[in-house]
Design a binder for this molecule. Structure first.
Ligand SMILES: NC(=O)c1ccc[n+]([C@@H]2O[C@H](COP(=O)([O-])OP(=O)(O)OC[C@H]3O[C@@H](n4cnc5c(N)ncnc54)[C@H](O)[C@@H]3O)[C@@H](O)[C@H]2O)c1
Length: 383
């Protein structure tokens, strides 16, 4: 099993945001090579970019449909395909590769509808495939530490959660949006029925679920569409009730001046509070009742073994977005390798965000839109 894994990618061409980060992250682990790639950019540009990525000409494709058919019929099938396209194409692309028996790593939000997500779960099961949803921020060492602290009972029973994720990138774009010229994130055909709520809100929903295991029972949500050119929500406020009786407040925005990518989550238990700030992800704050707050440093010897296993460089040498993705791919590669040796794989044991977590994100943002459309009334969330 010393051989490197082989993966393919859909999307992530020149100028795209997240595909190149995925490739760099996978390279950090040095466990897999990119051998096939599809994008819809013009052919000459595509060939040049594919060659730069080291993909041979016969495995550079102009559509994911063509790629799934060709790659699925090879004897040396891909170990997984990585889907980094706009949201609209996640479900159809994932389904085609699953039907070819190829494992999938897919960007969030997983897809548009709950039915699509459930269909992907059924298809993955039917074809014995593994599936990771690349919710980046669960890959940070301090997300793993937070999860372990909660599991070890350090903050006790959870009572409240506050999650916020403000950005301001959409502000300038809003002024120039026209019907024919809008970024895909503001276009319902490509983004889905939710924008900020699906793009950013699902990160909060997933991080909280990943770290605490809490499931949402019901929510009430208001979606704002600020600005002249706005079509979809760009500011979101949601009240959350969890199944265990805990409550939450989630806020996310694409028009909050002064904020870059400010995901911040605070989890309050009856013994203590955990605070995670994405832009300072090398640290985690823990406050225990009656004691001065303490700040954990990624890489320090006192981390739990479950988190320490992901530390790459010593304290004071910041890790970031690429390492977070790399940690998710490290987990996913471990599951794929185990599957290849014939081991029974229970995906929940490997640490990467699962297809079921993808489903819960899709349910979350759809229920937020339902609630907002009904005047911010409470709606039940059935996972
Ligand atoms: N996990 C994270 O933190 C994170 C961060 C950014 C983006 N994302 C997600 O990643 C996905 C891509 O976002 P992005 O910002 O990189 O988008 P992007 O617009 O920068 O890049 C999209 C790429 O997909 C290609 N593409 C478009 N349609 C295609 C098709 N039908 N088949 C093949 N390729 C196609 C485009 O040509 C481009 O190369 C989205 O789902 C987004 O939500 C996740």
């Amino acid at each position: 099993m010393g051989e490197k894994l082989k993966y393919g990618m859909i999307g992530g061409g020149p100028g795209a945001f997240i595909g190149a980060v995925h490739r760099a992250a996978i390279r950090l682990n040095d466990e897999a090579d990119l051998v096939a790639w599809a994008d819809v950019i013009p052919e000459a540009e595509r060939l040049a970019a594919g060659r730069d990525m080291g993909v041979s000409d016969d495995r550079i494709y102009g559509s994911f449909e063509e790629m799934a058919a060709a790659e699925g019929s090879r004897a040396d099938k891909l170990d997984w395909v990585d889907i980094v396209t706009p949201n609209r194409f996640h479900a159809p692309a994932a389904k085609l590769f699953l039907e070819q028996g190829i494992n999938v790593a897919c960007e969030k939000p997983l897809c548009f509808t709950v039915d699509e997500a459930k269909d992907l779960i059924d298809t993955a099961k039917a074809h014995g495939c593994l599936f990771a949803v690349t919710y980046t921020y669960t890959g940070h060492v301090m997300a793993r530490e937070a999860r372990q602290l909660v599991r070890n009972g350090v903050i006790g029973d959870i009572r409240m959660v506050m999650g916020e994720y403000p950005q301001d990138w959409l502000l300038d774009t809003l002024e120039t949006i026209t019907e024919d010229n809008k970024p895909w994130r503001a276009d319902p055909k490509l983004s889905g029925r939710g924008a900020a709520v699906a793009d950013l809100g699902t990160h909060i929903e997933n991080w909280v679920n990943y770290v605490t295991g809490l499931k949402i029972d019901s929510l009430a949500c208001n979606l704002d569409v600020f600005g002249e050119g706005g079509v979809l929500d760009n500011n979101v406020e949601a009240l959350i009730r969890f199944e265990n009786g805990a409550t939450g407040i989630y806020w996310t925005s694409q028009v909050a001046i002064g904020f870059d990518n400010a995901l911040k989550i605070r989890i309050f238990g009856d013994k203590g509070t955990i605070e995670f700030v994405q832009e300072e992800n090398n640290y985690l704050k823990l406050s225990l009742r009656g004691e001065p707050p303490r700040v954990y440093s990624r890489g320090a010897g006192y981390l739990t073994p479950e988190a320490a296993a992901y530390v790459r460089v010593p304290t004071g040498h910041p890790e970031g977005l690429t390492e977070a993705f790399a940690n998710i791919y490290k987990d996913f590669a471990a599951a794929i390798k185990d599957k290849k040796t014939g081991k029974q794989v229970n995906e929940a044991d490997y640490g990467y965000p699962t297809l079921e977590m993808g489903l819960s994100g899709v349910e979350f943002f759809n229920k937020c839109v339902d609630s907002s459309e009904a005047g911010a009334t409470w709606v039940k969330v059935d996972y």
